[in-house]
Write a protein that binds this ligand. Structure first.
Ligand SMILES: C[S@@+](CC[C@H](N)C(=O)[O-])C[C@H]1O[C@@H](n2cnc3c(N)ncnc32)[C@H](O)[C@@H]1O
Length: 311
């Protein structure tokens, strides 16, 4: 998809998402694209659904939303919303929607975010350290790097980046302040990580900062709990994630929701009273085929998990 911003955007696991959302079978209903981005997945849903059906496309990033609106302007049954998917319940209530047929999450940032240097997401482009998906929020990567305590930075890099050298990198960051730009931060990290790895030495630290700035893991946990409640019986939830921290949250959540009893001690009578709400449709995560990865290297770490609401 060529956008008005003149960069190439390819939606990840597109056919697989449509298949697991069960669009071709149902065709009529209300679907939510919780991470609208540049509208790639929404467009494919909109092409397939009946006139009296709807796609609600949510994005917390104004810039992405504007592009998606212009791309999808010909679809009458597309409803764009600027919002955070952690408030999915409130967003749908405001639209007078109580239940939905399916919801898709394609997590993280889009190619646009990485391409635009001034958004500060990419260590390959010189830009001020920002990393906010939603520019209406206050905390930026600059704030964390320049004002947080060394121990707090170390904790973020350890927990959200799973970076082995978290202590030394945090120390070097504090020593090198002020750090204004993505490239300056890259140089600081390189001072600590001199050994060659398969990935860029800054990948894990940048991931960690982005997760912290946007509160990504907490938002995901909160949102999927709410989504399951909003799904109709037979409704589908499809989630594409890009790193193990996200995938673990989704896997654990699906495991919990697909069991009747979640008591720790299975030998004693059940006290939790938990009831199974979903059937997991993907025993193992679905990953992109070699062709897709060749065409779109960003897809290489994608994992799709899907489930169906049963009550
Ligand atoms: C990978 S992109 C989605 C790409 C889209 N599926 C497509 O095909 O064009 C992820 C999008 O989700 C948005 N996003 C991330 N976290 C969000 C959240 N908590 N609430 C709303 N939107 C979010 C980002 O701004 C980004 O535009």
């Amino acid at each position: 998809m060529k956008t008005s911003y003149n960069f190439l955007h390819k939606s990840v696991l597109l056919k697989e998402s449509i298949f697991y959302l069960d669009i071709e079978e149902k065709k009529k209903g209300i679907w939510v694209d919780a991470t609208l981005g540049l509208g790639g997945h929404s467009k494919e849903i909109l092409k397939r659904i009946k006139e009296d059906s709807k796609v609600i496309g949510i994005d917390c990033d104004e810039e992405s939303l504007k592009i998606a609106i212009s791309i999808l302007k010909d679809f009458k049954n597309f409803i764009p919303v600027k919002g955070n998917f952690k408030s999915i319940d409130v967003i749908l209530k405001q639209l007078d929607i109580n239940e939905i047929d399916g919801i898709l999450y394609d997590l993280g940032v889009s190619s646009m975010h990485l391409e635009k240097a001034e958004r500060g997401f990419s260590f390959l482009k010189e830009g001020r350290l920002d990393m906010r998906l939603d520019k209406d929020t206050e905390l930026t990567a600059f704030d964390i790097v320049n004002y947080y305590k060394e121990s707090e930075i170390a904790q973020i890099i350890k927990e959200f980046g799973e970076e082995r050298y978290y202590k030394r990198i945090a120390h070097e960051i504090v020593k090198s302040r002020p750090i204004n730009t993505t490239k300056e931060l890259l140089e600081v990290i390189k001072k600590v990580k001199k050994i060659k790895e398969k990935i860029n030495p800054a990948t894990r630290v940048f991931q960690a900062l982005r997760i912290a700035v946007n509160n990504e893991l907490e938002n995901l946990k909160v949102s999927i709990e709410k989504s399951i409640k909003l799904l109709k019986k037979g409704g589908r939830i499809v989630i594409i994630s890009f790193h193990s921290l996200e995938d673990r949250i989704i896997k654990n959540f699906f495991n919990k929701e697909s069991k009747d009893c979640i008591c720790e001690n299975k030998k004693l009578p059940c006290v939790c009273g938990h009831k199974k709400t979903i059937n997991v449709l993907t025993e193992k995560p679905v990953v992109p085929m070699a062709d897709e990865i060749k065409e779109n290297p960003r897809a290489r770490s994608a994992k799709l998990r899907a489930a169906e609401k049963i009550i």
